[in-house]
Every structure is written in structure tokens, then in C-alpha cells.
Design a protein around this ligand. Structure first.
Ligand code: NAD
Ligand code: DAU
Length: 352
């Protein structure tokens, strides 16, 4: 048996692939386009592991996806591949439309063609798990109840609109063609290997190189933070025990304002890697212009996945964020390669 993961060279996908291979014997085919966010250096620990099969490809390439499915015959496809950064979607939505909407559509078409040719037992075991986001639900007021799976879709950014479109396509492929799909909608992840364009790794990186820590608007926007390993364990649970045509919200029960997150990071860094001048990293905090259309608050009600599948996060924010800061402090060469773009040279040397 094998699973096929798309986007497995990115932040969450790479963590998932490493956790998957560490937990069992089942091989994983890792299908990734290697955009700026895809980095084979994330998977360096798997060098020589023949249970990890990397295929460079675009989910929008129907023929290559179909050929990869025919060759490896996975029992499941897990779709992590996406353009994922909200700010980039505001500056340049085109890639988000192409990958998140058109790419997901072509992936679904290829999976459907593959699925149609399976034997009855293989069909009944097959799953497509689509990895999505809480951002499809829109923005909450401070007093509103958290998002349940029944919340109306109200995406506000080109990113979240493109993810919402992909969720609807996935749902439609079950209802129209009987494809056995499941969708997960997760809150903000943090942890090792996150590209330093996202809040937490950006703040750690800027703090250490003495640059300003740019807080959008008043810093009171709220996100629900989940350690990436917990997102990965939730996806495994949904894959093994989730019901076809169901969606599962995944979250950390951990709402925090952006300014509180950045204060926490500064305090940990003050203790772990004090500035040479003895001042706190908090002095680097700078309030900057707000993100256009900035969603005020996200909060996930993760009752369903707990009640129906028995999943709960293992890390608290306190434990997860300390691990994360430690990882970035211990992996400065990774940060340097990513931020300098030199990781592309690493990939070329490693895989010609
Ligand atoms: P990421 O940007 O770090 O990684 C995305 C990966 O997908 C990269 O390896 C990239 O090369 C690959 N990719 C992009 N376009 C592709 C294409 N057309 N074909 C094949 N591969 C392609 O993203 P991430 O943060 O790891 O997010 C993974 C998934 O989880 C996304 O679907 C995202 O929407 C979802 N998600 C992310 C978060 C979060 O906090 N980061 C939270 C909830 C859901
Ligand atoms: O909620 C899940 C989503 O979380 C995922 O679907 C997305 O892929 C992921 O990128 C993330 O989206 P956000 O927009 O919430 O994450 P980001 O790290 O970009 O920003 C987190 C918050 O911090 C947000 O309110 C904007 C703010 N921010 C971000 C940056 C990069 C700042 O204040 N300053 C910054 O420089």
C-alpha cells in the first residue's frame, strides 16, 4: 500500500511526510511542483529512504498526475498543494487561481479517471483527502461563536476564495461522480520548516537579524494557533477513521492576538538568545499599514473531530512555540538558505 501526497515539499506537507514515514512502513509518493515555497531541503532527513518517492510535478498537469497514479497505485491521495500566503494573493492572485482552483480541478479529474478504473475492493478503500483552511469561513467578531463545520462560507481574500472554490469542487466530485472525498479545514499552523514569510517564522527571523517586527494594523487580529505536528496527526486520524463526504474542522483551541504572539516570541528569544545590547526584542516591534481586507478573527470549534474521531492536539501553545523557537535557533543555515534563495542551488546539486 502507498499514499500519494501533493505539496509534500512545503511546510505542512513536509512535516506530514516525515511524521508518516516515522510512524509506519507505508511508502509515500510526494508530488510537488517545487514553487518558491517547495523546498527539498525540508526533506533532507529522508535522503536514502526508499519509502519516500519524490516526483516533481504540477497538480494542474492532468497527464502527469494520471501517469503517477497509474504507476504507484496509491490507496489515498492527500492534497496539500496550494499557493498558501494571503499577502501574495493580494499582490498577485493569478497563481492562486491557477493552482488552487484550476489545479485542484485537474487533480480531481485525474483522480476520477484513475478511480473509475479501480476494482470494486480498491474503490471502496480509496480516499481523496483535501487539506483546506478555516479562512473559507470568513471573519468573526470578538464575541461570535467559533467556526463549526456548518458555518457559511464567506471567504474574503483571493487566497481564501480560491481555497473555498477548491473545497466546493471537491464536494461536487463526490456528489456528482461518487469520488470518496473528505475535507479538513484547519486553523493557523506553526512549527519547523515554515517559510519565513508567515507571521511566526518572519518575526523570529527579523528579530535575530535586527530588523523591525512589522505588526499589521492594531495587532489585535486573532488567530487560532496549532502546532504543525498536531495538524498532521489530525489528518492521519481523518484518513483512517473519517467518513466519506464529511468535513472536519481542526484547531488548537488556542486563540491569540497577533501582538500577544509576537510578545511571546520576543520574551522567549530574550531568554534563549539575548540581544547583545541587553535590550528586549520587543523594542523592534513596529506597527505598519494593515493588510487590505484583513480578517479580524478566526476561531475553530474542533468538537466534531474530537467527538467522532477521538483527536485532540498534543501540544499547548506554550510547549509548541518553545519547540518552534528552538528549532529556528538550531537551524539557522536552513533559514539562511531559504531567505537567500540558495536552497534552489542545493536542490540542483542534490538532485541534478
Ligand atoms: P506551503 O506554501 O508551505 O507549501 C505548498 C506546497 O505546495 C509547496 O511545496 C509547493 O511547491 C507546492 N505546490 C504549489 N503549487 C503547486 C502545484 N501547482 N502543483 C504541485 N505542488 C504545488 O503551504 P503550507 O503552509 O504547507 O500549506 C499546505 C496546505 O495546507 C495548503 O493547502 C494550505 O491552504 C493548507 N493550510 C495551511 C495552513 C497554514 O497555517 N499554513 C492552515 C490551514 C490549511
Ligand atoms: O488560518 C489558516 C491560514 O493561516 C492558512 O490557510 C494560510 O495558508 C496561512 O498563511 C495562514 O494565514 P494568515 O494570513 O492568518 O497567516 P499569516 O502568517 O500571513 O498572518 C497571521 C496574522 O499575522 C494575520 O493576522 C496577519 C498578521 N501579520 C502577518 C505578517 C506576515 C502581521 O501582522 N505582520 C506580518 O508581517
Amino acid at each position: 500500500m502507498t499514499i500519494l501526497v501533493t505539496g509534500g515539499a512545503g511546510f505542512i506537507g513536509a512535516n506530514f511526510v516525515m511524521d508518516w514515514l516515522a510512524a509506519g512502513n507505508e511508502p509515500v509518493v510526494n508530488y510537488d511542483k517545487l514553487t518558491y515555497a517547495g523546498n527539498l531541503e525540508n526533506l533532507a532527513s529522508l535522503k536514502g529512504n526508499n519509502r519516500h518517492i519524490f516526483v516533481q510535478g504540477d497538480i494542474g498537469d492532468y497527464d502527469q498526475v494520471l501517469q503517477t497514479l497509474a504507476q504507484h497505485k496509491p490507496r489515498a491521495v492527500l492534497n496539500f498543494a496550494a499557493e498558501s500566503h494571503v499577502d501574495r494573493s493580494i499582490h498577485s492572485p493569478e497563481d492562486f487561481i491557477q493552482t488552487n482552483i484550476v489545479g485542484t480541478y485537474r487533480l480531481l479529474e485525474a483522480v476520477r479517471a484513475h478511480f473509475t478504473g479501480l476494482s470494486a475492493p480498491d474503490k471502496s478503500a480509496f480516499r481523496l483527502l483535501h487539506v483546506s483552511t478555516d479562512e473559507v469561513y470568513g471573519s468573526l467578531g470578538f464575541e461570535d461563536p467559533a467556526f463549526t463545520e456548518e458555518h457559511t462560507y464567506q471567504p474574503n481574500s483571493p487566497y481564501s476564495a480560491s481555497k473555498a472554490a477548491s473545497d466546493h469542487l471537491v464536494r461536487a466530485y463526490h456528489h456528482t461522480y461518487g469520488l470518496p472525498v473528505m475535507t479538513t479545514n484547519c486553523s493557523n499552523n506553526y512549527g519547523p520548516y515554515q517559510f519565513p514569510e508567515k507571521l511566526i517564522p518572519l518575526m523570529i527571523h527579523n528579530a535575530l537579524i535586527g530588523k523591525p517586527l512589522p505588526i499589521y494594523g492594531d495587532g489585535l487580529n486573532v488567530r487560532d494557533w496549532l502546532y504543525v505536528g498536531d495538524h498532521c496527526s489530525a489528518i492521519c486520524v481523518v484518513l483512517e477513521r473519517g467518513k466519506v463526504d464529511e468535513t472536519y474542522n481542526i484547531g488548537g483551541w488556542n486563540e491569540m492576538s497577533n501582538i500577544a504572539v509576537v510578545h511571546t516570541l520576543c520574551d522567549i528569544l530574550d531568554a534563549e538568545k539575548p540581544r547583545a545590547d541587553g535590550a528586549s526584542y520587543r523594542t523592534q516591534i513596529t506597527f505598519v499599514a494593515d493588510r487590505p481586507g484583513h480578517d479580524r478573527r478566526y476561531a475553530i470549534d474542533a468538537t466534531k473531530i474530537d467527538r467522532d474521531l477521538g483527536w485532540k492536539p498534543a501540544q499547548t501553545f506554550e510547549t509548541g512555540i518553545r519547540r518552534t523557537v528552538r528549532w529556528y535557533l538550531d537551524n539557522q543555515p536552513w533559514v539562511k538558505n531559504v531567505t537567500s534563495g540558495a536552497y534552489r542551488a542545493w536542490v540542483a546539486a542534490q538532485y541534478q
